[in-house]
Every structure is written in C-alpha cells, then in structure tokens.
Design a protein around this ligand. Sequence first.
Ligand SMILES: [Zn+2]
Length: 370
Amino acid sequence: MKTIYSPTHSLVNLSNTILAHYQIPTNHPPIKKLLATLKGKQKVAFLLFDGMGQSILRRHLPFYAWLRTKTLCSITSTFPSTTAAATNAFLSAKYPNEIGWLGWAHYFPEHDRILELFTGKDSLLQQPALPATEVQKTIQYQSIFQILHQHKPNLAIHQVWPDVRPGGYKTIDTWFQHLHELGLQPGPSFTYGYWLDPDKTIHQQGVCPKTVQTIIHDIQSRLKQLAEQNPDTTYIVFADHGLLDVSFLSIQAHQEIYALLKRSFSLEPRAATFFVKDHQHALFAKRFHHFYGKHFLLLTKQEVKDQKLYGLGTNHPRFNDFIGDFVAIAKGRFGFTHGTKDDKMPLTMKAHHAGMTPAEMMIDVMVLNL
Ligand SMILES: [Zn+2]
C-alpha cells in the first residue's frame, strides 16, 4: 500500500512551513512553494475552515470562482482525515502518531471506556464521563504557538476560535470582524483562525444541498472583503479534510464478528480500530474480510506500524494503547456505528470523513494577498 497521506505535502508539512518561515528548526519538511511565497511577509494568517476540503470546494465553486483562482497547491490531510487528528497535527507540526491524537474517540485502558477527546463524553453512551482536560492529560503537546513564542518573543501571535473555546466567537460575522481588527494592528504577526463550518452543516445535511453551497459562497465573499481590507496581511486558507455522503453499518449486525471483540470499535467510524479477544485474531480477519472486505481495508497492528499509517517520526508513548489489534479503513461510502440503543449520533449523520478516499484526504491551499 502506498501511503495514504503525502510525506511532503500534508497538513504536517503546512505547519512546518510556518516554523521554517520564522527560521525555527522543523520536525518535517516544509512546503517549498509556500515557503517561497511567504518570503518577507510580515503579517501572516492561516485560516482553517473545517471540512472545506478539495471535494467540497470544487463541488460548490466553479474553477473560475475568485477563491479557487487563489489556489497555490493541493495537499493531503493526515491519516485519519478527521478533525481531532488533523487539526492537532497541524497545530503541533507533528503527525498523529507522534502526538497520540488518532481519532475522535479513543479506548483508554485506565478508564476502561471509549472517550471522546474533545468532549470527554463516553462514546457508547453519548453521556459526559470525564472533563476533556482529564481525557487529554496524557496527550498534551507543544503547540506551534508555544514554539513561535519561544523563538520569536516579539512576534504578535493571535488565535481566533469559535465559541467551542472560552472567549471564542459565536457567529461567523464576529469571527471575521475580529480577523479584520487584527489585520489593522501594525507590526509583524502570526494569526491562526479556525471555523466550524462547512463541516458542521455537511455532517447534518450531506455534501450537496443548497445550504452548503450558500455557506461556501458566504465564506468566499467574506474572505474577499477581508483580503481587500487588509492588503498587507497574507492569508493562507485551507481545511483539515473533506467529507462524503455515507451510510452506517452496525458493528453488531454480524454476531459472528461482534462476539470476537473485547468491546465495540474505537477511534473513528471510517478508520476504526478493533480489540479482538485472545486467540481469535485469524478468525476475526477471515470473517471481517468476508462481510466487510469490499468496503474496508483491514490492517493488523503490525501492518499499521510497518506502513506508518498514522505518520512518520517516533510513536507517542500511548500509541500502542490506542491502536487495537486491527484497523479498518473505509474505501467507499460506509462507516461503522456502535449499534447500541443509545448510539444515535452517527446514524443521523448524512456525511462523514476519516477514511482514505480522495474526497476526504485532498485539500486545496489558497493564498490571498500574495
Ligand atoms: Zn474537521
């Protein structure tokens, strides 16, 4: 299998380009074309629109649309192509395997539960279990903001979040307004902005609807205005992944498979890991191939390591805990669901991501005010 992510043009290389731009030692190679483009730029802002990958952008904007004419290059997400892994890989300038962020919900042996990293919820019950800070305790990492501050104490560093974080912005209007205010401030600066859409809407409504198109067009016109009003700021616009319309399969549908598992799957519906009961590995693989082989690529834990599926560099101390005996990666439109009576969330989602299809993996990088 060829690597699913690019070793030279992925989100990890994108943030290493930031380090290189500020003459800070990198963890992985920067993207040379972007580095050359940023040369001499004093005010730089990286804006991440969740889920606005290549497939979404190109579906809703024609090639001659203003934003698409600003495309500098295409990159890949990380594996898995999902927010928890991809955004934190970007923010650490390291791969998911290096920081231990491997998906939406990990199995934690010390808690004996599958817990969502961002929310602290029990993934099976969809109920609060632990504070998110407690869940994230063993997978803290040094962020690019901390690295930049260490090396460039005089550089103004800004983060602009939605209200998922304390002090974040409730509406896209106020979020853009704040970016404009930062653009007006004199002196060298680095800004990171993250916005929840179009991901949020596409999960609920699918990739096609008019509402998604309206969101993409709205983002485009707001970006155009922002760039025109702040000509001395260079904006790099990108996404963490794309999405595709999906159908869910209950992991409990085939008892001859489910009975071989120690517990339900973890990590991601479309990049699921399985902890298999002792001495049942070969039987599990055989049955999995029979029922799901058409829709999922099944790798053993050893193959996951050998193929460096989750990234290059040194594995995080918790990597081994979080990866079960197998990982199943979606090749087409299916994802797994736990199939418990409380498990309502994934079944109501029309679109998802984290698999290995180009629709999920490919990202266009646009540069405004070159
Ligand atoms: Zn996302």
